[in-house]
Design a protein around this ligand. Structure first.
Ligand SMILES: [Cu+2]
Length: 189
């Protein structure tokens, strides 16, 4: 494919995204010509890129959340926890940046490692990947639970992704009475 690049005819100007792997066209480094080349190359690049989104800002495309459970603390006043499974069926990676749960003053993503917990600033979910928040692993810690959250009822959790997209899912509320051995959330600061 020959293209006109500022008066100089060149063949297949390299795509900027692939420039590292491709032989760089020397004509493209002359400033004025470079602009024309980049514009052409970008147009070419965009053809083989699928758009990342197309829905409104409220629905993260391709994200599915299932199995949402809110586990009440065994001791009232202690933090509770939320467990769920999130699948990224989209073609681009998604970054889970924050979690909100109706009835909890604060929700934090944590990961249990060798008996202690570390806060997670974000959780990346690759295209086609499924990430579980579960007992003894990644979980969402819920602080200052409202007394309206009682076993047998439900509340809503909203996942907020980098870029502002969201995904909401119901959380079935369960009582921790019956035990979560080895997971004493009360010791959490
Ligand atoms: Cu925790």
């Amino acid at each position: 494919m020959a293209q006109d690049c500022g008066g100089i005819s060149v063949s297949d100007p390299p795509c900027p995204a692939k420039a590292k792997e491709t032989r760089v066209n020397p004509f493209c480094f002359k400033p004025r010509i470079a602009l024309a080349c980049v514009a052409l190359a970008l147009a070419a690049c965009q053809q083989d890129k699928t758009p990342e989104r197309g829905n409104g800002p409220d629905a993260k495309p391709g994200i599915e959340v299932s199995g949402g459970v809110l586990m009440l603390p065994a001791v009232k006043g202690n933090p509770g926890a939320a467990y769920f499974t999130v699948t990224n069926g989209g073609s681009a990676p998604a970054t889970l940046a924050a979690v909100h749960v109706d009835g909890a003053a604060k929700a934090e993503m944590h990961e249990s490692r060798g008996g202690s917990m570390e806060p997670l600033k974000e959780v990346r979910i690759g295209a086609g990947e499924t990430v579980k928040f579960e007992r003894g692993g990644r979980h969402v810690m819920l602080f200052d639970l409202d007394s309206s959250l009682t076993s047998g009822t439900a509340t809503e959790m909203t996942l907020v992704f980098a870029g502002g997209d969201k995904a909401s899912t119901p959380l079935k509320i369960e009582s921790a009475a019956g035990g979560m051995p080895g997971m004493d959330h009360g010791k959490h600061n």
